[in-house]
Design a protein around this ligand. Structure first.
Ligand code: SF4
Length: 388
């Protein structure tokens, strides 16, 4: 049986935020209790509707992402997870993650989430400097972050992720080092770290000339500090932006990178099903209206079947994000052609210490991972221009 043939992942988007962070271009907005209830009802109806297409599938992971899932109530988590258990077949060791903003992750809520079946918490810390948090427009403080982490441990969570950012306004390699030390001292099982990107349409984009952003050298120093310090503390750099203690890689995200099908629920949520990618429009009002009217076609738009060269490029791009890289035999089995012939990775990249041969095929080195975006875009364009 091909790898992951029967596995399925569910993503539930919770599009609420108390206020927008200044760098954020995700779809989210404030909502009152009434709107949240209407939204959860729509998610429940959508989950029940989609179950019929998943009869022979096994749900391996569920991910509550946002937005801010910790703005849901404990009862909402119970209702949503009960609905999933009643309508879908779940793996015995299903991974159920929920993103939490430290400001809204109250001890009672964390205890309810645990009781409802959530197995993994992902905290959006971003920084352990109150100055940097304020510049980002985050609503939480360092104190909130530390106490939320302690509350999650007290609630019984043994699998916690902390999200960090680097290259942010007012940050220096020294202040980033302090953030890393503070996070390592908490000993989460997983750490994700992303370089700040200034996205169009955000307050940061409009005021970028005035932002005290670190220069390119300082940001490169931070990227190196990140990998050095985390590997020294026993975290494996298993994906470009992700580090985990042994056995704690995020299974949900691994599924995305390995091509496991997933269904997204909620506005702006993406799905990959039967080789087709589709998404829901980014409006919670439109989502609720379509679900109430059972106009399912309105929440499955921009459908695009992935096949041929595009599928191969996507396979290479996603696998190369991982430390394990591309398994060339798996590539041949799936696509009936030889990876080396089609993509012939440049010798210069091996000689320069960016790529390495592995027992399975080819992967980035630690150095290559830091510049992987630039290498992949050149490389895949080159591969894409070749005749098969
Ligand atoms: S909490 Fe997350 S989703 Fe909400 S505005 Fe901030 S970055 Fe965006």
């Amino acid at each position: 049986m091909p790898e992951n043939e029967k596995a399925l992942e569910l993503y539930l988007h919770i599009p609420f935020c108390v206020q927008k962070c200044r760098y954020c271009d995700f779809y989210s907005a404030p909502a009152d209790k009434e709107e949240r209830t209407a939204y959860v009802d729509a998610l429940l109806a959508h989950l029940r509707h989609s179950a019929s297409r998943c009869r022979d599938m096994r749900v391996d992971t569920v991910f509550f992402g946002g937005g801010t899932p910790s703005l849901l109530s404990g009862k909402d988590f119970f209702d949503l997870l009960d609905c999933i258990r009643q309508n879908y077949q779940l793996s015995k060791d299903v991974e159920i993650s929920a993103e939490c903003n430290p400001e809204s992750a109250a001890p009672a809520l964390l205890a309810s989430m645990r009781e409802a079946g959530v197995t993994r918490i992902s905290f959006g810390f971003q920084s352990l400097s109150d100055t940097e948090l304020a510049l980002l427009g985050r609503i939480h403080s360092v104190k909130n972050a530390i106490s939320a982490f302690g509350a999650a441990r007290a609630a019984g969570f043994g699998n916690i992720n902390v999200d960090l950012m680097f290259g942010i306004p007012a940050q220096t390699p020294d202040s980033f080092g302090k953030t890393l030390d503070g996070v390592i001292a908490l000993a989460p099982e997983h750490i994700s770290a992303y370089e700040l990107r200034i996205e169009e349409g955000t307050p940061f984009f409009r005021s970028q000339k005035d932002l005290p952003l670190p220069d390119e050298d300082a940001t490169c120093d931070m990227a190196k500090l990140l990998t050095d310090r985390l590997s020294g503390a026993g975290y494996r750099h298993y994906e470009i932006s992700n580090f985990a203690k042994e056995g704690f890689a995020c299974r949900h995200n691994l599924g995305y990178w390995r091509g496991v099908p997933y269904l997204g629920f909620g506005p702006a949520a993406h799905s990959f099903w039967g080789g087709v990618r589709f998404e829901a429009p980014p409006s919670k009002e439109a989502y609720i209206t379509a679900v109430r009217a059972k106009k399912w076609q309105d929440i499955e738009v921009n459908a695009h079947r992935i096949g041929g060269k595009e599928e191969m490029d996507e396979y290479v791009m996603l696998r190369m994000r991982l430390a394990e890289g591309v398994d060339t035999q798996d590539f041949s089995r799936r696509f009936g052609c030889d990876f080396e012939t089609l993509y012939h990775p440049d010798k210069v990249l091996f000689d320069g210490g960016f790529l390495q041969k592995t027992p399975q095929g080819v992967a980035f080195t630690e150095r290559g991972m830091r510049v992987s975006n630039a290498i992949l875009s050149d490389w895949l364009d080159f591969g894409g221009n070749k005749d098969i």
